[in-house]
Design a protein around this ligand. Structure first.
Ligand SMILES: [Zn+2]
Length: 328
């Protein structure tokens, strides 16, 4: 029997789901149903991304105390699960990055890369965008503003751990050029190749606990937690049993289809395949990046206050109408 492993991104639980999240899950659910009808052994995974500075801040903003992040995320995860149930999303596994087996997998990845000499420590001087949870170099920063979201960046000058992604730049370019279906649609592949024309900077993969402690502890240095993106991307393998359940990993990996929004293309099409390659694992078959739901020309987001609530639309028009409208 042919297998088909398909994923949504993990949703960040600093706020409730809006129609953008539901669009991605409806698209993945529809593709999953199609493959099930064709007789494939489909594994459809979705879930939630629960670490990082934004969650730490949202916890306090919602009236919880420092250190109560787990209570905050435990409250909001059911809101996502209820919406998926309401929308008829038939996933096979819901992964949370605060699950013990995910935490173990992230630490196993860090340990392996550290022992293989792929992770080293140095002073990081540069910028960090908290809303995007993304590091930017001096050259990439827009005079202290985020080149992606245009918000003010935070200046960082601290010791951190780095992953030697620069060693894999040519491998990645060759992989993209020899696998036409690896990044879809084609204009997104060209975007990634454009980004790869500049030399890759090694990826900062830690945050000092003194600054931000809500994350997975770096196994070889308890003063640090793992950078939230490095943590979250590993869900695609931890969710199918990495590193212990070898037979399940062999059955489902590589993923056939990662569907994501265009804003997280670089994390998925640059960092993620390099992480996998460094671990001796295959790259996913296809990464498909869709566009955004926009309101009056702007991306829908909580901080912009232009959210459309899926539940209100379902109540008014019904589930099939809603699913059809978004996909159409
Ligand atoms: Zn930003």
């Amino acid at each position: 029997m042919n297998k088909f492993y398909i994923t949504t991104p993990l949703y960040y639980v600093n706020s409730k789901p809006h129609i953008g999240h539901s669009y991605t899950n409806i698209a993945v659910d529809t593709v999953s149903r199609f493959y099930r009808m064709k007789g494939y052994d489909v594994f459809f995974m979705t879930g939630t991304d629960e670490h990082g500075e934004k969650i730490e801040k949202a916890t306090l903003a919602q009236g919880f105390k420092a250190g109560e992040e787990k209570r905050f995320v435990d409250d909001i995860v059911p809101v996502f699960k209820e919406l998926w149930q309401r929308l008829g999303i038939e996933y096979d596994h819901f992964i949370r990055t605060t699950n013990d087996d995910h935490i173990k997998a992230v630490q196993a990845v860090l340990d392996k890369l550290y022992k293989d000499g792929k992770i080293y420590k140095k002073i990081y001087k540069g910028w960090f965008c908290t809303p995007c949870e993304t590091f930017w170099s001096e050259a990439q920063s827009d005079d202290g503003f985020c080149p992606d979201c245009k918000r003010r960046l935070e200046k960082l000058d601290e010791e951190n751990y780095f992953f030697k992604i620069s060693e894999y730049q040519q491998w990645l370019i060759d992989h993209i050029n020899s696998n036409a279906d690896f990044i879809k649609p084609d204009f997104r592949r060209n975007e990634v190749l454009g980004f790869l024309r500049e030399p890759l900077q090694d990826l900062c993969i830690s945050r000092s606990k003194a600054r931000m402690s809500w994350g997975i502890e770096v196994p070889f240095d308890k003063n640090f937690v793992t950078y939230v993106w490095f943590d979250a991307l590993i869900n695609y393998i931890s969710g199918i049993g990495y590193p212990d359940d070898v037979s399940r990993m062999n059955k489902y990996w590589p993923a056939d289809f990662h569907i994501i929004g265009k804003d997280i293309l670089r994390h998925h099409a640059v960092y993620w395949p390099i992480m996998l390659h460094a671990l001796g694992l295959k790259a996913p078959r296809t990464i498909f990046a869709h566009g955004w739901w926009i309101v009056k020309g702007e991306k829908m987001s909580k901080s912009r206050g232009n959210i459309v609530d899926p539940v209100a639309l379902i109540d008014k028009y019904g589930i099939d109408t809603y699913r059809y409208f978004l996909l159409r």
